[in-house]
Ligand binder design. Structure first.
Ligand code: PBG
Length: 332
């Protein structure tokens, strides 16, 4: 008997023919449970300002933020991540405002946990919103960010967040040894349930531009960069090295940042470490998608869902994204 070669040996299109079989073989799903919504917090309780470079995103004072938190909770978003817009007069060389028990972040955490106890609250542990020079740490006379001196301040900052009621502290500074130091101090102070999400593989990326505008640190940083502590975008193995160390030091969750340009890193981290792994779909990624959608060049709803799906496919357990509200509404 002879086989005709007039037909293809494989017909993958068979399974794609109808919606039922497409649904049946779908490998990854995006859920509202995967979302963390980053928000920018203003000192003025009734404040509300649009972020120019991030259409649809606003800086909010606690009263307006509470309304957003309530909506996020109703939609089923598990966590809000707070980023303070520090007034210039509260910034200093040594970032004392970072660990002020009555600082903007600490007050906001207390207010949100009081109003919405079941909503997870995450805080950013890094000094850049509080330094006059815009770096994430304490600098020497040459502007070099000092590691161990910075970690001492981060320990106090993380403790003040935990004391205010933060559920997750997220060190985004990239100092060496900070996860272990923060963990040890939290344990010693009785904050044994405060989770640590480590920004483990955080790259020195140009995609953070709109964020630095949003929190008002761009002008402080000026022409300086963060290449002596954030990672070189050219490196992949180094990410595994960083993540491994952070997990050994006591991180509960690890993060890769930015997101879409680093899907290979997310994939490797999840494959090799098997830990709860998160992606940060950063401000610049949000901005470019929004800008194209505003011009009618891209379909926002479809592109943002495709973006989320790509993170899930790469192995991310969840994603920090400024589009979390839009995504959650689409999933409803
Ligand atoms: C600060 C911090 C940054 C982001 C989160 N935390 C900026 C930076 O490192 O300069 C970026 C987030 C974004 O671009 O959406 N440590």
């Amino acid at each position: 008997m002879t086989f005709s070669r007039a037909y293809p040996a494989h017909r993958p299109r068979r399974m794609r023919r109808d919606a039922f079989s497409r649904r049946l073989m779908q490998e990854n799903t995006v859920s509202t449970n995967d979302l963390i919504l980053p928000v920018f917090v203003l000192e003025d309780p009734n404040g509300r300002e649009p972020v120019e470079s991030m259409p649809g995103v606003e800086r909010l004072g606690i009263e307006n933020l509470s309304r957003l938190a309530e909506q996020a909770l109703e939609l089923g978003i598990p966590v809000l991540a707070l980023f303070p817009v520090t007034p210039p007069q509260a910034k200093s060389e040594h970032a004392e405002a970072a660990y002020d028990p009555d600082g903007l972040v600490q007050r906001t955490v207390r207010a949100l946990k009081e109003r919405f106890p079941e909503l997870g609250i995450m805080t950013d542990v890094a000094l850049d919103p509080y330094t006059t020079h815009g770096q994430d740490g304490i600098i020497d006379a040459n502007g070099y960010v000092l590691n161990d001196e910075t970690v001492e301040v981060l320990i106090r900052q993380a403790e003040s967040h935990a004391a205010a009621g933060a559920d997750i502290v997220a060190p985004s500074d990239m100092m060496d040894g900070r996860i272990g130091a923060i963990r040890e101090n939290l344990e010693a102070r009785g904050h044994i349930y405060t989770r640590i999400m480590a920004y483990s593989a955080k790259y020195a990326s140009a995609f953070y531009g709109p964020f630095r505008d949003a929190v008002g640190s761009a002008a402080n940083l000026g022409k300086a960069d963060k290449t002596t502590y954030q990672m070189d975008p050219a490196n992949g193995n180094e990410a595994i090295h960083e993540v491994t160390a952070d997990l050994a030091e006591g991180a509960d969750m690890v993060m890769v940042k930015p997101g879409m340009p680093y899907l290979d890193v997310i994939y490797r981290v999840k494959q090799e470490l098997k830990a709860p792994t998160f992606a940060y779909h950063v401000s610049g990624e949000y901005a470019m998608l929004k800008a194209a959608a505003e011009r009618g060049w891209l379909d926002w709803d479809k592109c943002i869902m495709e973006t989320m799906t790509s993170f899930k496919r790469a192995g991310a357990d969840g994603v920090l994204t400024y589009a979390a509200m839009d995504i959650a509404r689409q999933l409803k």
